[in-house]
Design a protein around this ligand. Structure first.
Ligand SMILES: [Zn+2]
Length: 486
């Protein structure tokens, strides 16, 4: 048994052991009922009590966050701290990081003392103030993806960043994060392959071409070295992260807006790395799904996943799919992304799945997702990047069909949200019952890519946390409901 697991069991055993001196192991039904009643009170009416819901969900154990990106989860203010520590500068015209001093660069200190410029930087490095006042800006999706180019040069302080995310998670009662940390960084560009495979897209010749490129990659001296170095980077980044109250695991990925040989070599190295590391638990594909290449090569990318799924059957796959809506792309491109991710790529989890209502065979697809996959719902992200919210969001369809759902943050630094806020949106907009909310929380462990033994530990930990939460909320409800009566 791993040391970490042993600590977890001791903690749970210590709490469970208390049952002999009066603390019950199972959730107290009275407390659970009172918590459910309190929650019902908070969501009832046209205007749910969002302040109270914020308190309620801040306290509530939320299990895991299964869809989030490392560099998009760090706040711009933290990145500025890092720019200062690194001795870098900020260009006052472009607000880019400048590694050397130039005529137009200023120190972070100077920037902070210039309120106008400082606030402007926050609007460029995150979604801050996008909606609430007029200023020259890119369209929301472009503005979102553009933020990465600002903080990219300073974001690679992985251990430091992960420690910040860990502390933030613990403070809002989140016990697990499955995070997209970075790509392996391996690439095998091959223009002749690119031309041939694009012609072959959709038929079996693709597999032959992928086989050939795989052999070339395997024979490349730098390949295994890159994978080895990457795993070492993950191991170092992970130091001090896991303990008796928190765990983190990692996904790696390819970006979907490069040429086929670059996408495939990135995916191939990702699958290889995940196969060799206990900390790496799955492969994803990232980047704007409406990008020119992403749209053109979508089917080809799904075939790449299908090929790699066969070659690496033990590697998990979570795919961004259907992060699109009407008007963003031509209608024909809304018809098949989720279904190909499920049927061809064998995605065990779907990131977003927002264009579901436009899918060719949406009803059959829903049955398939319910059986074989899980949908990662990110309300704030969908509202900002796609403009899809409220009654337009397919959450309503997924929940009606009882499709397994997990609630996630996506990019909490850029969006300046947290998992608590996502649950508040869920409750205020859609008013699911307390039992359903709890189900989503337990789903976040059940459908994670953790080992079964780790899932058991985290599920047991959730039981204990909910018992404590419901006892607290029961007491709180006495106060709140009494005040309502008076
Ligand atoms: Zn995402």
């Amino acid at each position: 048994m791993k040391f970490r697991s042993a600590i977890f069991i001791v903690v749970i055993f210590t709490i469970v052991g208390c049952s002999t001196i009066g603390i019950k192991l199972n959730s107290d039904p009275d407390n659970a009922d009172k918590t459910a009643l309190l929650y019902k009170e908070l969501i009832e009416g046209k205007s749910p009590n969002t302040a109270q819901l914020n308190l309620f969900f801040s306290k509530m154990p939320k299990g895991g966050d299964l869809h989030n990106h490392y560099s998009g989860s760090i706040y711009a203010e933290t990145y500025l701290d890092w720019v200062e520590v690194a001795g870098y500068w900020i260009d006052k015209n472009t607000l880019n990081i400048s590694k050397a001093k130039t005529n137009s660069s200023i120190s972070v200190d100077q920037l902070r003392s210039d309120t106008r410029l400082y606030r402007k930087l926050l609007t460029l490095w995150s979604d801050k103030d996008y909606q609430n006042h007029y200023h020259p800006q890119l369209p929301p999706d472009a503005s979102f993806f553009n933020t990465f180019s600002y903080f990219g040069p300073i974001s690679k302080r992985y251990n430091e960043g992960l420690m910040i995310l860990r502390e933030r998670a613990i403070k809002e009662n989140v016990s697990f994060i499955e995070i997209m940390l970075k790509s392996v960084g391996y690439s095998y560009p091959d223009t002749s392959f690119d031309q041939k495979i694009r012609k072959a897209a959709g038929n079996k010749a693709v597999l032959l071409l992928l086989d050939k490129l795989s052999s070339k990659i395997d024979a490349d001296d730098t390949f295994n070295n890159k994978v080895y170095e990457f795993i070492k980077t993950i191991d170092n980044a992970h130091k001090g992260i896991d303990d008796d109250q928190f765990m983190m695991r990692y996904q790696t990925y390819a970006s979907r807006n490069s040429s086929p040989s670059i996408v495939f070599s990135a995916l191939y190295s990702a699958f290889k790395a995940v196969e060799q590391s206990d900390l790496l638990v799955g492969v994803n594909i990232v980047g704007p799904e409406n990008g020119v290449v992403a749209i053109e090569d979508y089917n080809l990318h799904m075939q790449m996943f299908a090929y790699l799924k066969k070659k690496f059957p033990n590697v998990n796959r979570a795919l961004h799919a259907g992060e699109l809506t009407l008007g963003m792309v031509r209608p024909k491109n809304l018809k098949f992304h989720i279904s190909q991710a499920i049927y061809i790529a064998g995605a065990q989890r779907i990131g977003h799945g927002v264009d579901l209502p436009y899918e060719e065979e949406a009803l059959n697809l829903l049955k398939e997702i319910k059986e074989k996959s899980v949908v990662e719902i990110c309300f704030t992200s969908n509202e900002f990047i796609l403009g899809v919210k409220g009654r337009d969001h397919p959450y309503l369809i997924y929940s009606a069909y009882d499709v397994p759902i997990v609630i996630c943050t996506d990019d909490s630094g850029i969006s300046r949200n947290n998992l608590t806020g996502e649950y508040v949106l869920l409750a205020a907009r859609y008013k699911p019952g307390y039992k359903m909310v709890k189900k989503y929380v337990y789903n976040s462990i059940k459908y994670s890519f953790l080992y079964e033994s780790d899932k058991d530990l985290l599920t047991n930990s959730l039981d204990v946390r909910f018992e404590k939460f419901e006892a607290e909320m029961s007491e709180y409800s006495d106060l709140i409901l009494r005040n309502v009566d008076e």
